[in-house]
Design a protein around this ligand. Structure first.
Ligand code: ADP
Ligand code: MG
Length: 292
């Protein structure tokens, strides 16, 4: 491969807002078999909105929202933003929290008004010994609609189910379709639950959905794909997925993402448009053809 031709490829990418760190990335991109997308903030806007709140008897609607919002005031997760905005719109102000703790891939916990409050997924509740059997049907109904359902517990008792919905980026559909047309397998990787992920995966016609993955395990999933012989690109915004971006054969960071993503990415999509993943692959294939 001539370095000059690779440099031309890198230059063409830059003109299109696709920053490629070195010609060897182009060589790898040509051999790609699999593109793994992070869900939240990559295929979806990452700006979920509160849609449903169902109290389960131990406190009323507004009290449940106040407790959840109080905990989320200490979190930087996109889900926290949805809860805080939802509370604000209803005129509910969060109150002080003692002993706040964010548990990655699970949720948040702390003491509010002297009560032990937990807010997060089923895994968080089960770990704390909270009985979640009664809310199964409600959760499943929300999840089948592609919503993320979270649980609120107060002093060991389930208090509410709260659901939020994120919006699929309109350009994501086209990106997935074009990748499949290029013969590339498309995978979605998420810490969200399997039912929600499947609903979003179906809407996007994604080949394979890997859900319920803890932030610390995302890189391991990439490694397993590589061990199965795949050449893998991982596309993400860096919230939870920087190690996976670094592990992939090619890490593709979307421009609106975190600084750490941009440092880790072998390719940076300046326009934050996931369709540029396809443009980058086509560019690398065209570049390699001129070399051969
Ligand atoms: P993603 O892959 O979408 O970035 P995470 O790994 O950050 O997801 O979180 C996985 C799941 O853990 C979320 O879908 C949610 O149910 C729960 N969770 C994580 N952080 C929070 C939080 N701050 N508040 C409520 N639930 C949370
Ligand atoms: Mg994420």
């Amino acid at each position: 491969a001539t370095p000059a031709a690779l440099m031309v490829g890198v230059g063409r990418g830059a003109q299109a807002g696709i920053l490629i760190r070195g010609g060897e990335i182009l060589e790898k991109a040509e051999r790609l078999t699999t593109v793994v997308f992070d869900k939240t903030g990559t295929l979806t806007r990452g700006e979920p909105a509160l849609t449903d709140l169902k109290p389960c008897g131990h406190c009323d609607h507004d009290e449940a929202l106040r407790l959840a919002a109080s905990l989320e005031a200490g979190s930087e997760h996109p889900l926290a933003e949805a809860i805080l905005r939802g509370a604000r719109e209803r005129g509910i102000a969060p109150c002080a929290v003692k002993g706040f703790e964010a548990v990655p891939g699970h949720g948040v916990r702390g003491q509010v008004d002297g009560r032990k409050v937990l807010f997060g997924n089923r895994r968080l509740m089960e770990g704390a010994g909270v009985d979640v059997a009664t809310v199964g049907p409600d959760m499943e109904r929300f999840q089948a609609d592609g919503k993320t359902a979270m649980l609120l517990a107060c002093d060991g008792e389930l208090a509410a189910v709260i659901a939020v919905a994120d919006t699929i980026k309109p350009e994501a559909r086209e990106a997935v379709r074009s990748l499949r047309a290029e013969g590339v397998e498309v995978v979605m990787l998420t810490g969200d639950n399997a039912r929600t992920a499947a609903a979003i995966g179906r809407a996007l016609e994604i080949d394979r959905v890997i859900a319920d993955v803890l932030p610390s395990d995302k890189a391991r999933v990439i490694k397993e794909l590589q061990q199965a012989g795949k050449v893998v690109a991982m596309v993400g915004d860096g919230v939870n997925d920087a190690p996976a971006l670094a592990t992939a054969d090619i890490g593709i960071a979307i421009g609106s993402g975190s600084d750490v993503a941009k440092e880790t990415g072998g390719i940076i999509l300046v326009r934050s448009d996931v369709r540029d993943v396809v443009t980058g692959i086509r560019l690398s294939r065209a570049t390699m053809r001129t070399i051969k």
